[in-house]
Design a protein around this ligand. Structure first.
Ligand SMILES: [Zn+2]
Ligand SMILES: [Zn+2]
Length: 333
C-alpha cells in the first residue's frame, strides 16, 4: 500500500509498504483523507520526544471500514479517536483517560493514517454521518481540540475572548466560540492570509505586529478587557500581553504547546486574581460535538482546508516548514 513514511529528521518518503494485518479486536480502515498536524511537523523536524522513525504519521483522518468491526459493516464512514490510554493509572481510573499519565497516540507512537490503510483498536472507531463529506471528516479531530478548549474554559454565552494565533487550532477555538455564542472574538495573528481568514469567519482580526493590542482589546470590550484569552500560538511573544488583555478575575487558557517554558508574570496573576487553565487534547464527547458542528454547515470550514496528493508529501512537508498560506493541509488518499 502507498504510504508516507517519516524516515529521518526533515525527510519523508512515499513508498510501498505491506498492508497492516489485524489481530482480534482490531479494525482495518481504508483511509480517505488525513490531515497534517503541528505535531506531525514537530515529528518531521526530529523534535518529538517519543516518535521514532520509520513511522507512518497521521492521527486526524477519515475513511471507511474494511473489516474487523463487531457491528459496523464494510464501507461505513468513520473517523478514529486516536488516544491510547493505559486504563489503569489514576487519571484513567477517575474518568480522565485523555490526560493518562502515559498517553500515547495512533500516528505518533505507532503507525497512523498517512497510508492507504491503517489498523486501529475497534473501540477507537467513531462512525460519521453519511451526509458529512469525508474531507471534513478528517477535520473532526482538530475541531475537537477547539471544542474541548472552549467547553473546559468555563466560557459562558456572551463572554468575550481573545485568541492568539490563527493556525488550525486558533481558528478552531475561534469558530467554536462564535458557534457557542461569544459576543466578541478577537483573533491576534501576524500572517496577513490567516488574518483575512479569521475576519471571513466573523472574528475581529488584529495584526499583532503592527497594532496596539492592549488598546484595541480595551476599545472592543468597552474598557473592561476580555473574559478569556486563549493562547493557541504558544510563541514567547504572547506572554507580553496575554495577562493584560483579560479582565480582573479573567481566565488565560493554554492550548498551544510551548517548545521552551515561557516567562509568566505571576504578579499579574495575583493582583488581578486571574486563572490560568491548561487544555490537553479532547474527550469523546468533544468529537461528537465537532461532528455536529461540521454537519450544521453554519461555518465555512473549507476556508481552512488545502488538499494535496500523497505523492507530493516530501515537497508539502518542506513547504509547511516555511510557513506560507496553508492553514490545514489534507492528503487525499
Ligand atoms: Zn492533531
Ligand atoms: Zn492511564
Amino acid at each position: 500500500m502507498k504510504s508516507i513514511v517519516y524516515r529521518n529528521p526533515r525527510e519523508v518518503v512515499v513508498e510501498d509498504k505491506p498492508m497492516p494485518e489485524i489481530a482480534a479486536g482490531e479494525v482495518l480502515v481504508k483511509v480517505a483523507y488525513v490531515g497534517v498536524c503541528g505535531t506531525d511537523m514537530f515529528i518531521y523536524q526530529g523534535a518529538h520526544p517519543r516518535a521514532k522513525a520509520p513511522l507512518i504519521m497521521g492521527h486526524e483522518f477519515s475513511g471507511t471500514i474494511v473489516k474487523g468491526h463487531p457491528t459496523l459493516p464494510e464501507g461505513t464512514p468513520v473517523t478514529v479517536y486516536p488516544l491510547l490510554s493505559c486504563g489503569h493509572c489514576e487519571p484513567c481510573l477517575s474518568g480522565q483517560a485523555h490526560v493518562c499519565n502515559t498517553l500515547r497516540l495512533i500516528g505518533i507512537d505507532r503507525d497512523g493514517a498517512m497510508a492507504e490503510y491503517v489498523k486501529v483498536p475497534a473501540d477507537k472507531i467513531m462512525e460519521i454521518p453519511r451526509d458529512l463529506p469525508l474531507k471534513l471528516g478528517a477535520f473532526i479531530e482538530p475541531l475537537a481540540v477547539g471544542v474541548h478548549a472552549v467547553r473546559r474554559s468555563g466560557y459562558r454565552p456572551g463572554d468575550r475572548a481573545v485568541v492568539y494565533g490563527a493556525g488550525p487550532i486558533g481558528l478552531c477555538v475561534a469558530t467554536c466560540l462564535r458557534y457557542f455564542g461569544a459576543s466578541e472574538v478577537i483573533v491576534v495573528e501576524t500572517n496577513p492570509h490567516r488574518l483575512a481568514v479569521a475576519a471571513r469567519l466573523g472574528c475581529t482580526a488584529i495584526d499583532g505586529a503592527n497594532e496596539d493590542l492592549r488598546a484595541r482589546v480595551k476599545e472592543l470590550t468597552g474598557g473592561t478587557n476580555a473574559d478569556f484569552a486563549f493562547d493557541c500560538a504558544a510563541h514567547p511573544s504572547v506572554q507580553a500581553t496575554l495577562l493584560d488583555v483579560i479582565r480582573v478575575q479573567g481566565t488565560a487558557v493554554v492550548v498551544g504547546s510551548y517548545k521552551k517554558p515561557p516567562e509568566v508574570d505571576l504578579l499579574k496573576v495575583e493582583f488581578k486574581e486571574l486563572t490560568i487553565l491548561g487544555i490537553r487534547v479532547y474527550e469523546r464527547r468533544d468529537f461528537e460535538i465537532a461532528i455536529e458542528m461540521l454537519r450544521s454547515k453554519r461555518i465555512d470550514f473549507d476556508l481552512l482546508l488545502s488538499e494535496s496528493a500523497p505523492e507530493q508529501a516530501p515537497a508539502v512537508f518542506q513547504d509547511l516548514l516555511q510557513g506560507g498560506n496553508v492553514i490545514k493541509m489534507i492528503f487525499r488518499l
